[in-house]
Design a protein around this ligand. Structure first.
Ligand code: HEC
Length: 117
């Protein structure tokens, strides 16, 4: 099921307020340059952009979806390492691309950066 655009906007803006309140704590440890370099190297940006939907949701939308959920990091580690089936914006299904590193610190840094968008 898909949310309508207006439902998404409401969710995103509500979470944006929450994000501001927590941004000091959650974004401090993220190395944005390393995260973006890994995203580029792993071809993530073929399907994801920071703030607009391509073949997949923007990282901003993904951050909004997971914001405040205690298991976000663990779930996204699974999403990036276990190749789950995902639905593209055109409705086709594929296995999600696995991230191009086994280094958990790098993976968590990228997830932290995505969740900070
Ligand atoms: C072939 C296209 C494609 C590529 C390449 C791709 N993704 Fe995705 N990704 C998707 C789709 C489709 C979804 C699920 C539907 C959505 O969120 O739009 C998704 C979902 C996600 C999610 C959210 C998972 C969830 O459960 O909420 C994250 C985080 C993510 N991708 C990060 C990445 C990263 C990091 C890379 C690079 C290693 C990457 N993606 C590469 C298509 C792609």
């Amino acid at each position: 099921m898909k949310l309508s655009i207006s439902q998404k906007l409401i969710t995103v803006s509500a979470l944006g307020v929450a994000a501001l309140a927590f941004s000091g704590a959650s974004s401090a440890a993220v190395n944005a340059d390393a995260a973006q370099a890994l995203a580029k190297k792993s071809d993530c940006l073929k399907c994801h952009a920071i703030d607009k939907d391509k073949k997949a949701s923007s990282f901003k939308k993904i951050a909004a979806k997971w914001h405040g959920k205690a298991d976000a990091e663990a779930k996204l580690v699974d999403a990036l390492t276990k190749s789950p089936k995902v639905k593209m914006t055109d409705g086709t299904e594929e296995e999600h691309k696995a991230i191009g590193t086994k280094d958990m610190a790098e993976i968590k840094n990228l997830i932290g950066w995505i969740l900070a968008q």
